[in-house]
Design a protein around this ligand. Structure first.
Ligand SMILES: [Zn+2]
Length: 210
């Protein structure tokens, strides 16, 4: 079984100030692609992140970073930069594993809300698995694999940890099967870490209210 490692890089980005604490506020995910991915890839990517994160209580609003006005305010956010070619063409029968599939930036020991996903490495890693699907399904399966790698990096950011789990989305390395088979989730421990780091909702019961 081939494995691909994730790693955390020391970033050289400026310190990020964010305001946490708005009740039930969705997290804004700003994404940027070198060129627009096929719609089936993008939809499957977003669907997978949401199907992994929604049961834990994390909600997301997706924004294209390049089409976002400068004055937008978000209580919680992450910036996701996809690198390389994010489509499912040119698949070969043999998977390649060359370096991290995704990485989240760290500066002075602080995890920053900036993450990079290598579309090329994810495609080259899962391509042998993608070829097992019908041609018309491959873009969606590739997008789903990208979504799993992104969910892993979002775990580092929003659980605010560099640690890994032993199984599930939070484990340190994935097999091709992890990325192409149905149903890949966080384990209970990592789900609790994500929940406990969430801003607490403000409960405000007015006198006389039902
Ligand atoms: Zn990791």
């Amino acid at each position: 079984m081939r494995l691909a490692l994730f790693c955390l890089l020391a970033g050289v980005l400026p310190a990020w100030s964010e305001t946490r604490g708005a009740p039930f506020a969705p997290i804004t995910l700003y994404t940027q692609f070198p060129q627009a991915p096929p719609g089936a890839v993008l939809h499957a990517l977003q669907d997978e992140v949401e199907s992994i994160m929604t049961p834990i209580g994390l909600r997301f609003e997706w924004r294209d970073l390049n089409q976002t006005p400068g004055y937008e305010v978000s209580t919680e956010l992450a910036v996701v930069t996809f690198k390389g070619r994010c489509d499912a063409t040119g698949l070969l029968a043999h998977s390649k594993s060359e370096g991290a599939l995704g990485w989240t930036h760290v500066s002075d020991g602080q995890i920053l809300p900036f993450t990079d996903i290598s579309c090329d490495r994810v495609r080259e890693f899962v391509q042998s698995g993608l070829l097992l699907f019908r041609a018309e399904d491959r873009e969606a399966k590739y997008g789903r694999a990208l979504g799993r790698v992104l969910a892993h990096e979002l775990y580092h950011i929003f659980a605010n940890t560099m640690r890994h789990g032993s199984v599930g989305v939070a484990k340190e390395s994935y097999s091709v099967r992890d990325l192409v088979e149905d149903d890949f989730q966080f384990q209970a421990k990592e789900s609790r870490m994500l929940q406990s780091s969430r801003p607490r909702p403000v409960v405000d019961v007015a006198p006389g209210s039902m």
